[in-house]
Design a binder for this molecule. Structure first.
Ligand code: F6P
Length: 326
């Protein structure tokens, strides 16, 4: 057997996202093929601190691609959150000869990785979060699946809402970002879309619009409310009280995080996993992988954290125009 080119570890961190397994599979298989030893770390950063790592073989990632979740498990590590935890993790990587760590996760996981890189571990980030709230990239693993899951649920909700001529407030995930809500808003033809980036908290205005739209012939209304706005139960009660229209609140919750990944999530996650290995193979250090202008790219971790992004104004305007007669 030819000599190994070095040791690489891979972990998933933060909230799980459908497609993470596809990314791990690609990391393992591309890594082995390019001549590396690839270690799977269980339970996120906790797994480094507790040395829960396993040398992965090609067949260890069979039958994983089509499943949601992450077979490496994930966690939000309190110990790693502290600077001492990060120093300890870097020391363990050094002791075990792990030169590069591939982190599949969201913003929080990447900010931990950024600090870890200052202690000498080469970190490569793959964006994995249903929230799409990472500034340097237009795509994150799991968003597509989560939006499709939420969209199907909201289609169902609309049928019953329509039959009863009700108003439905449906809350979708996204933490403090409104991307899932905006996409569902357009995909489900929502009559109202409440995004943390846009909503002015003016319930009187919202109620007035609901009333005007009823007067103009709407028989029912679906209000997609982002988690970052929240208070869906309260909002439903208030709408019912002030409009006299029967109103129900539904919080979709964690069901949005599960399920078999869409083709898009499987393909992009696989490509990003392979790309991570090829970055390491080219000698790149401390890069985050993203998707922009129709292709994969990578950016320095420090630069990535200086970037910002927001809700697309045109998408938001059209979403509102299409859903309201106001
Ligand atoms: O970041 C993904 C996400 O699902 C958010 O949309 C949500 O706010 C959060 O994680 C929920 O976290 P937990 O699974 O810890 O309740």
């Amino acid at each position: 057997m030819s000599e190994s080119k070095g040791k690489i570890a891979v972990l998933t961190s933060g909230g799980d996202a459908p497609g993470m397994n596809a990314a791990i599979r690609a990391v393992v298989r591309t890594g082995i093929t390019r001549g590396y030893e690839v270690y799977g770390v269980r339970h996120g950063y906790n797994g480094i601190l507790k040395r829960e790592m396993k040398l992965m073989q090609y067949e260890d990632v069979s039958e994983k691609l089509q499943h949601g979740g992450t077979f490496l498990f994930t966690a939000r590590s309190a110990e790693f959150y502290e600077i001492e935890g990060k120093k300890k993790a870097a020391a363990i990587c050094k002791e075990l000869g792990i030169e590069s760590l591939i982190v599949i996760g969201g913003d929080g996981s990447f900010s931990g990785a950024k600090v870890l890189s200052t202690f000498g571990v080469n970190i490569i980030g793959i964006p994995g979060t249903i929230d799409l709230d990472i500034a340097y990239t237009d795509y994150t693993i799991g968003f597509d699946t989560a939006v499709n899951t939420a969209m199907e649920a909201i289609d169902r909700l609309r049928e019953t809402s329509n039959s009863h001529e009700r108003c439905s407030v449906v809350e979708v995930m996204g933490r403090s970002a409104g991307y899932i809500a905006l996409w569902c808003g357009i995909a489900n033809g929502a009559e109202e879309i409440l995004l943390p980036e846009k909503y002015n908290n003016n319930i009187d205005q919202l109620v007035a619009r609901i009333k005007r739209n009823r007067e103009k012939g709407m028989t029912h209304q679906v209000i997609v409310n982002a988690e970052g706005v929240g208070h869906s139960e309260e909002l439903a009660e208030r709408i019912e009280k002030e409009t006299g229209i029967e109103t129900r609140a539904t919080i979709l919750g964690h069901l949005q995080r599960g399920g078999s990944p869409t083709a898009r999530d499987r393909v992009y996650a696989s490509m990003m996993g392979a790309y991570a290995i090829d970055l390491i193979d080219r000698g790149s250090k401390n890069r985050l992988i993203g998707y922009k202008d129709g292709k994969l790219y990578d950016v320095d971790v420090e630069e990535a954290f200086k970037m910002t992004k927001g809700i697309d104004e045109y998408e938001y305007e059209i979403a509102r125009l299409l859903g309201s007669r106001d």
